[in-house]
Design a protein around this ligand. Structure first.
Ligand SMILES: [Zn+2]
Ligand SMILES: [Zn+2]
Length: 291
């Protein structure tokens, strides 16, 4: 805060130049600017550029607009990139064994700005990031189109020790933001359906098989009533190998859910753009439901 702005000598000098109104407006502007600079973070938390406008989310427009939807040809079931430009769009894994969910879709690739934005929510505990991520999730949900008429929305739960530590479940925060944005009465949030029984080890650095073993038996349906004979839309921040989504879908269906769909904000793409031309990467994904 520049205290000189408020000193009487400064005020009288300011009155000497231009109209008194101009001077007052200028003074107010300067005071307001320095006040905001004191109260709010002045730099983008992603690229460190100074922020030019006031927002609850300390991320600049440039970083936000750089987050693009996944483009190119994707597996019709799990949304992994498929390398063959022709024939049935199914990845090798889904071809070998159908997952327990009907379809999993994600907004963007889990890298760059999107990854940082998710980290800002989860580890930086910047809660307003859930609003932006929720709008991305809302687009994913819209992309399912008429695949389900109504669905019970179930966020992937955290173990209670992790929930205590973080203070909130990011999947639930994002789901709430998306549903608020969509305002569709046929989608109902049921946050207490699933429970994570075990504090699973971090999945980082594990092979696909180890991930499956890691989450096996980690989830429990604690209240099956809301999901009985219903379609379920499982929501999470990131789809990594599908081990968590598959295990949740498996227990949900065993306890009476009809079909399970999976919507996440981000997805790890194993075969990141190995074949795609820059044009294909840039082209926004055309969702089946819109075609
Ligand atoms: Zn930025
Ligand atoms: Zn697949």
């Amino acid at each position: 805060m520049r205290r000189a702005v408020f000193s009487s000598s400064n005020l009288s000098r300011a009155k000497g130049q231009g109209s008194p109104g101009d001077a007052r407006a200028g003074l107010f502007h300067t005071a307001a600017q320095s006040l905001f600079a004191t109260l709010l973070p002045s730099d983008c938390r992603l690229c460190q550029a100074p922020l030019t406008r006031i927002s609850r989310l300390p991320v600049c427009d440039h970083c936000l607009s750089g987050i693009a939807p996944i483009g190119g040809r994707l597996c019709a079931v799990c949304s992994e990139r498929v390398l063959t430009p022709y024939g049935e769009a199914l990845c090798g894994e889904c071809r070998m064994a159908a997952p327990p969910f009907v379809r999993a879709m994600a907004y963007g690739s889990y890298d760059g700005g999107l990854r940082e934005l998710i980290h800002l929510l989860k580890y930086g505990r910047v809660r307003p990031a859930a609003g932006v991520l929720g709008r991305m999730l809302a687009e994913v949900i819209q992309g399912f189109g008429s695949e389900f008429r109504s669905a019970v929305v179930v966020p992937v739960p955290l173990h209670r020790s992790k929930l205590r530590q973080r203070g909130f479940n990011q999947a639930e925060e994002i789901a709430r933001a998306a549903l608020k944005h969509l305002n569709r009465s046929e989608l109902t949030l049921a946050a207490g359906v699933l429970e994570r029984k075990r504090a699973t080890e971090s999945q980082t650095g594990l092979t696909d098989h180890q991930r499956q073993e890691n989450v096996r038996g980690a989830f429990l349906v604690t209240s099956p009533e809301p999901i009985r004979d219903q379609d379920v839309l499982l929501v999470d921040d990131v789809f990594t190998t599908g081990a968590t989504a598959s295990e949740c879908a498996r227990v949900l269906r065993r306890r009476g859910a009809d079909r399970v769909f999976v919507a996440t904000v981000a997805r790890v793409l194993k075969s990141e753009a190995a074949w795609a031309t820059p044009e294909e990467i840039e082209e926004p994904r055309v969702l089946k439901a819109y075609a």
